[in-house]
Design a protein around this ligand. Structure first.
Ligand code: NAP
Length: 281
C-alpha cells in the first residue's frame, strides 16, 4: 500500500500533544496544573494497561495523573462516594472511570455520577445528549478521534453515506451523531442488522466499532471508500480485515497507530480544556 492511503493516527496524535504541551505550560504559569483522575476497579489486566497508558500519556505532556485503584469487590455505593469526592476536588479537572467495571457495580449509575464539567471521557447521558444536539464540550474520545482524523485529512462527511457498524453508548451512537451533525447520511448497523455486507458495500465512509477481529471483510468495502477502524482486539487486530480493505479504500486507519493514539490525545485535550475553563469560571 502506498503511504498516502494511510490515515496516520500517530502523526495526528503527536500534533495534538505538541500543541497541548504549550497550553499546559500556559496553565502552569497561571498556577493551574491540569489533572486527570482515573478510577480502576478490580484487576483486569487489559484495563490496568489502558489506565497506565493514559496516565503515562498525561505525564508526558505535564498533566497530573491521579490514579485511584479500588478492589474487585467494591460496591456501587463506595464507587459513587469516590466519584463524588473527585467531583468536589478543585484540583481535579477530569474523571475517567475505566470500564468495564465488575458485575456487582451499576456502571450506568457510576457514569451518571460524574459531574458534567469533569466528564472528559464523554460517558454521561447529559454529555451524550449535548454531543447529539451539536453543542457538546467533551464528546466521547474515540468518536472525537475519528472526527479529528477526518478533519486533519480534509475528509468532509457532508453528503457522504457513512455506515457505522456498532451502536455502543461510547462509540457507535455518538460517532453516528457527530457524522450526522456534519451532514453525512448515516446508517447505523448492529448485531440484529440483516445483511450487514450489503450496507457496508454502499458506504463512502465506514466506521468499524464492533469489537470482533477482522469482522468487516475487505471485499465489502466500496472502491474509494474511507475506512476508520476503531476496533482494538487481542494481538493488535482491528475490526476490519486490513489487507483486503486497503486494496479498495482510498484512505484507511491502521491498527495499531490509527484511531487509538488519537483517542488518548483527545482525552488529554479534554482535560486541558476543562482546566482552562476552571480559570475562566
Ligand atoms: P461494544 O460495547 O461491545 O459494542 C459492540 C457493538 O457491535 C454493539 O453495538 C453490537 O451490536 C455490535 N455488534 C456485535 N456483533 C455484531 C454483528 N455480528 N454484526 C453487527 N454488529 C455487531 O464495543 P465498543 O465499546 O463500542 O467497542 C468496539 C470496538 O472498539 C472494540 O474493538 C473496542 O476494543 C474498540 N475500542 C477502541 C477504542 C480506542 O481507543 N481505539 C476505544 C473504545 C473501544 P448490539 O448493540 O446489537 O449488541
Amino acid at each position: 500500500m502506498t503511504q498516502d492511503k494511510l490515515l496516520d493516527g500517530k502523526a495526528v496524535a503527536n500534533r495534538i500533544k505538541n500543541q497541548l504541551k504549550e497550553r499546559v505550560e500556559a496553565l502552569k504559569i497561571n498556577g493551574v496544573t491540569p489533572s486527570l483522575a482515573t478510577i480502576l476497579v478490580g484487576d483486569d489486566p487489559s484495563s490496568e494497561t489502558y489506565v497506565r497508558m493514559k496516565g503515562n500519556a498525561c505525564e508526558r505532556i505535564g498533566i497530573l495523573s491521579k490514579k485511584i485503584h479500588l478492589p474487585e469487590d467494591t460496591t456501587t455505593e463506595t464507587l459513587l462516594e469516590t466519584i463524588e469526592e473527585l467531583n468536589h476536588d478543585l484540583s481535579v479537572h477530569g474523571i475517567l472511570l475505566q470500564h468495564p467495571v465488575p458485575p456487582q457495580i451499576d456502571e450506568r449509575l457510576a457514569f451518571e455520577t460524574i459531574a458534567i464539567e469533569k466528564d472528559v471521557d464523554g460517558v454521561t447521558s447529559e454529555g451524550y445528549g449535548q454531543t447529539a444536539l451539536g453543542f457538546g464540550t467533551y464528546p466521547s474520545c474515540t468518536p472525537a478521534a475519528i472526527m479529528k482524523i477526518m478533519e486533519d485529512y480534509d475528509i468532509n462527511p457532508e453528503g457522504k453515506h457513512a455506515v457505522v457498524v456498532g451502536r455502543s453508548p461510547i462509540l457507535g451512537k455518538p460517532v453516528g451523531a457527530l457524522l450526522l451533525n456534519q451532514n453525512a447520511t448515516v446508517t447505523t448497523c448492529h448485531s440484529r442488522t440483516i445483511d450487514l455486507a450489503s450496507h457496508v458495500k454502499h458506504a463512502d465512509i465506514v466506521v468499524a466499532a464492533v469489537g470482533k477481529p477482522e469482522f468487516i471483510k475487505g471485499e465489502w468495502i466500496k472502491e474509494g471508500a474511507v475506512v476508520l477502524d476503531a476496533g482494538y482486539n487481542k494481538g493488535n487486530i482491528g475490526d476490519v480485515e486490513y489487507e483486503g480493505a486497503k486494496e479498495k479504500a482510498s484512505l484507511i486507519t491502521p491498527v495499531p497507530g490509527g484511531v487509538g493514539p488519537v483517542t488518548i490525545a483527545m482525552l488529554l485535550k479534554h482535560t486541558v480544556v476543562s482546566a482552562e475553563k476552571s480559570i475562566v469560571q
